[in-house]
Structures are given as structure tokens and as C-alpha cells.
Design a protein around this ligand. Structure first.
Ligand SMILES: Cc1cc2nc3c(=O)[nH]c(=O)nc-3n(C[C@H](O)[C@H](O)[C@H](O)COP(=O)(O)O)c2cc1C
Length: 158
């Protein structure tokens, strides 16, 4: 199976859009991700798949922690900025929104539908990506409301 067919197949799967963040001795970083999955509720665990060439990959590994900030429907511009569109410096990307911190110290987006704050427990290297498992140590529940969904290579609001 070639990579193009794989990408076309995956474009048919609608997904929530998140900004994965980290901070610590390795430095602060954030990146738009859709490859986030709930794994287990005991211990509460999620996984995120991060390209090995993305800056945040080495920083999550160095800091041993990350947060997943699930975006509300009106955060398309923020999603694009953290996906590298416009090539803004990282500080300018973070300046586009308000951030707090939960237990780990990873940036938590004010206004996120939910933020799950995680410590890294396991990492599997699969092809181009690192599959990073995190145990959830804190949660910030945001308002209920429309969410941003990525489907057919475009944003949708549901
Ligand atoms: C909607 C959307 C979803 C994305 N999902 C992922 C993902 O799950 N994993 C990933 O590694 N990159 C994902 N990307 C790409 C990264 O956001 C982008 O390549 C990254 O910010 C570039 O890293 P850099 O800052 O090191 O240049 C996604 C981009 C978009 C627009």
C-alpha cells in the first residue's frame, strides 16, 4: 500500500482537532494534531501520534509531559497557526490565545473544549511517527458547545 493511498483513506475519517503542548527543561512547544485517541480509563490514558520530524516530538520526550487541548469550533485560525501555516514564530502562535497551566506545567488553552494533562508513560516508534502514550494526571473541562472537526482535508463545525 502506498503512502498516497493511505493518506487519501485517512482523509475520510472525521476527527477532532487539538493543540498538543509541552513545556519544561526541553522548552515550550505546541503543534496541531488530530491523531489523538482514548486508550484506557484505568489508568486513564490517551495516545497522540507525532511526526518524528516535528519540533515538538523531541521536546515531549525531553520534558516527559504533554497536554492535549481540544479546539472549539471558532479556533480555525489558531489551528492553522499551530500547524505552521504563515510560518509564525512559536511565541507569536502562543500570543494568539490565553494559556494557563494544570499539574504538569504544559500550556493549557483557555477556552478549550477540554484539556487533558499527561505524563508520558510509553513511546512506540512506528514508521514516520512516534506513538506517545500519556497517563492523564489532570483535566480541565471547558464549556459544552460546537467543536472543530477535520474531514476531507477541510474544517467543519459540529
Ligand atoms: C488538522 C491537522 C491535523 C494534524 N494532525 C497531526 C498529527 O496528528 N500528528 C502530527 O504529527 N502532525 C499533525 N499535523 C501537522 C502538524 O500540525 C505540522 O506538521 C507541525 O506543526 C509541523 O511541525 P513544526 O512546527 O516542527 O514545523 C496536523 C495538521 C493539521 C492542519
Amino acid at each position: 500500500m502506498d503512502a498516497e493511498s493511505f493518506r487519501e483513506a485517512m482523509s475520510r475519517l472525521g476527527t477532532a482537532v487539538h493543540i498538543a503542548t509541552t513545556d519544561g527543561p526541553g522548552g515550550r512547544c505546541g503543534t496541531t494534531v488530530s491523531a489523538v485517541t482514548s486508550v484506557s480509563d484505568a489508568p486513564p490514558t490517551v495516545l497522540v501520534c507525532v511526526n518524528r520530524r516535528a519540533r515538538i516530538n523531541a521536546l515531549i520526550k525531553a520534558n516527559g509531559l504533554f497536554a492535549i487541548n481540544t479546539l472549539p469550533a471558532d479556533a480555525e485560525e489558531l489551528s492553522n497557526a499551530f500547524a505552521g501555516k504563515g510560518d509564525l514564530p512559536l511565541d507569536d502562535r502562543f500570543a494568539m490565545a490565553d494559556w494557563t497551566k494544570l499539574t504538569t506545567g504544559a500550556p493549557a488553552l483557555a477556552g478549550a473544549r477540554v484539556t487533558v494533562d499527561c505524563r508520558v508513560t510509553e513511546i512506540s516508534e512506528i514508521g514516520t511517527h512516534s506513538v506517545i502514550f500519556g497517563e492523564i494526571v489532570d483535566i480541565a473541562l471547558g464549556e459544552r458547545g460546537p467543536a472543530l472537526i477535520y474531514l476531507d482535508r477541510a474544517y467543519h463545525r459540529i
